[in-house]
Design a protein around this ligand. Structure first.
Ligand code: F3S
Length: 389
């Protein structure tokens, strides 16, 4: 491949992976059977990214494995209704066409594991998008580094990734114990707990202990997204909950440094990330909403009239399931919207007339001010519904 026997695109992709492998002193390549590609929104990759993707697709780059894309910059079907500018949409549609040409599924979601791209325990994969990476490593127990967009795309084209860091068992053991001294209950609190962990022990592998109960999948999703945003963590373990935590022996963590996080730290995190009490839109779904989360919102807004619009971001796949169950209908009847293919951070929010957002995600609160020039109010789902009706 490297010598160009299988075409120019494969050679370009392999060159990139070999360079990565050399930098990180990987011994060899390992086959991957699942890829998640980031860098899909025109807002984040701009003209140079668009040119790169079109160039690669014109050179004959084609994915050989199950590969999905991260959120794009807009709902691909209803962008006009949502106020996305025409100039942006044109570029975004070209990006999506380039991915399609490369046989990469334009699922446009950061929860590919709920949209047909769910690897198995122990599988080597190449995923980009920090929250998806954390979920894949920690909750599924698959093995991936925090890939960048071009690296993940290269893996989709050649079906391999360099074997280093989190692909190796010895690097997946905990480096710190996090002792939680808080009755963490809401999803917002899990998100803040993750954020607080990432701030204190960045790029580590925490073993989280002391949670009052086993968190559900949505809470684990929020926890991982929080720590990925503040501290670039890619793997965590929760005692007796996550798959690899069950195989840890006392020797693996007995001598580790312990960090304690209680209600005080969680509240301080929430306070620090909240920049306003007033808001013009509610944006939920960072990471994208699961079916259960949509059901929760639908139940809470059913029969009410929203004074402030609630935008629920999710994948097309989850949207269809929610539609069949009647959740979408309940949300739209109340005056909310279920939006696909994009999210509040990578959409051109300010050009769509959104200037202050209420959300339940610390990851969104981390990025909204810089990426969208938006002020942020944080709240639980119950507080959000109460303040919007
Ligand atoms: Fe997903 Fe966008 Fe948040 S990609 S994790 S919803 S910033």
């Amino acid at each position: 491949m490297l010598e160009g026997k299988y075409g120019e695109a494969k050679a370009v992709a392999m060159r990139l992976l070999v360079t990565l492998g050399e930098v990180f002193e990987a011994e060899r390549m390992v086959p991957v059977n699942s890829v998640q590609v980031s860098g899909v929104s025109f807002k984040t990759i701009g003209e140079p990214g668009l040119q790169y993707l079109e160039d690669l697709s014109n050179k004959g780059a084609r994915s050989t494995i199950n590969a999905t894309t991260n959120p794009a910059g807009m709902d691909l079907r209803r962008w006009r209704r949502l106020g996305v500018p025409e100039h942006f949409a044109k570029k975004q549609l070209r990006i999506v066409s380039a991915f399609k040409k490369m046989k990469i599924s334009t699922a446009c979601t950061c929860i590919p594991y709920f949209a047909g791209n769910r690897p198995k325990l122990g599988a080597h994969i190449a995923w980009a998008e920090s929250s998806a990476v954390t979920f894949a490593n920690s909750v599924i127990g698959a093995r991936t580094n925090r890939e960048g967009g071009p690296g993940a795309l290269a893996s989709a084209i050649v079906g391999r990734t360099p074997l280093y860091r989190l692909h190796l068992s010895e690097n997946r053991k905990p480096t710190h114990i996090v002792n939680v001294e808080s009755q963490t209950g809401s999803q917002l609190e899990y998100s803040a707990l993750g954020y607080a962990i990432g701030e204190r022990i960045s790029q580590s592998v925490p073993l989280i202990d002391g949670l009052p109960r086993a968190p559900n999948l949505d809470e684990l999703k929020a926890l991982g997204a929080g720590m990925a945003a503040s501290g670039a963590l890619a793997l965590y373990h929760v005692r007796d909950v996550t798959p690899e935590a069950r195989n840890l022996r006392e020797d693996d963590y007995r001598k580790l440094e312990t960090v304690t996080i209680g209600s005080k730290e969680i509240h301080e995190t929430l306070e620090k990330l909240s920049t306003t009490e007033d808001f013009d839109h509610v944006c939920l779904g960072c990471p994208h909403m699961s079916l259960t989360e949509l059901r929760n919102v639908a139940t809470r807004v059913s029969g009410k009239k929203l004074k402030k619009p609630i935008w629920c971001f999710t994948s097309r796949n989850v949207h269809s399931q929610a539609q069949r169950k009647g959740y979408v209908n309940k949300i739209t009847k109340a005056g909310g919207r279920v939006i696909n293919d994009t999210c509040m951070v990578v959409a051109p929010l300010e050009e769509m007339g959104v200037h202050s957002v209420m959300t339940d995600s610390c990851k969104a609160a981390h990025y909204l001010p810089s990426m969208c020039k938006s002020k942020v109010a944080l709240g639980t789902i119950d507080q959000i519904v109460e303040s919007s009706t």
